[in-house]
Write a protein that binds this ligand. Structure first.
Ligand SMILES: [Zn+2]
Length: 212
């Protein structure tokens, strides 16, 4: 982290004739949600009200995203790029960002998200199941059966993954590995931990610190 990337006083408004592009990113998943333009006033307004506000070139006025739909972008952080002429806004979207109803103006989450980021979604889904215990869900059943049963499943899937690695094809190995990761996520959650905590350990071992 470089403080220079947080200092919006450095912004070069003259370069874009008073308007700078602002990329909006989902603060947790990293999904790119939309691109808009801000003038200095829009930036001040964004900070003041906590809802991301742009300068609309078509309306020629300040435009708070979601002002009519209610689908606001709650401001989490603002970063500026190396040349101080582009903003990166991290936000918590309340509803779909695009007027077409998709999560991102570039398509659905699955279209804009790198494949590995799905692990964060899985982690969140398992946490939600743990909290809400919806009836008829396999995950709920595991939580209800308790840690012994969950641990047994982790052990079984671990052995099946190992066997598949040695004597089965790629499809079987991938299937068993998916089962293992799912049950491992459930075991961690049953202990109040998450895949994110495991990633933090892995990242630490490799000398890089993951963002929170
Ligand atoms: Zn859109």
């Amino acid at each position: 982290m470089n403080d220079e990337n947080n200092d919006t006083r450095r912004l070069d408004w003259a370069k874009g004739e008073g308007l700078l592009p602002a990329i909006v990113q989902h603060w947790l998943s990293g999904d790119v949600l939309m691109l808009g333009y801000m003038n200095a006033e829009a930036l001040v307004q964004t900070r003041a009200c906590g809802h991301v506000t742009f300068y609309s070139r078509s309306k020629q006025r300040l435009w708070t995203k979601g002002e009519s739909s209610g689908h606001v972008l709650v401001l989490k952080s603002i970063r500026i790029d190396c040349d101080a002429d582009t903003l990166l806004i991290q936000a918590d979207p309340r509803g779909p960002t695009c007027h077409n109803g998709t999560a991102s103006c570039f398509g659905n989450s699955t279209d804009v998200r790198p494949p590995l980021a799905f692990l964060a979604e899985l982690d969140a889904l398992v946490a939600q199941r743990h909290a809400e215990r919806p009836e008829g869900s396999y995950t709920t059943k595991l939580f209800d059966e308790g840690m012994r049963r969950i641990a047994q499943k982790v052990g079984e899937e671990g052995v099946e993954t190992a066997l598949a690695a040695v004597v089965q094809g790629d499809d079987e190995l991938l299937g068993e590995a998916a089962d293992l990761i799912f049950h491992l996520t459930v075991a961690l959650r049953a202990r109040g931990l998450s895949l994110g905590d495991v990633v933090a350990v892995l990242a630490n071992r490799h000398g890089s610190r993951p963002g929170r």
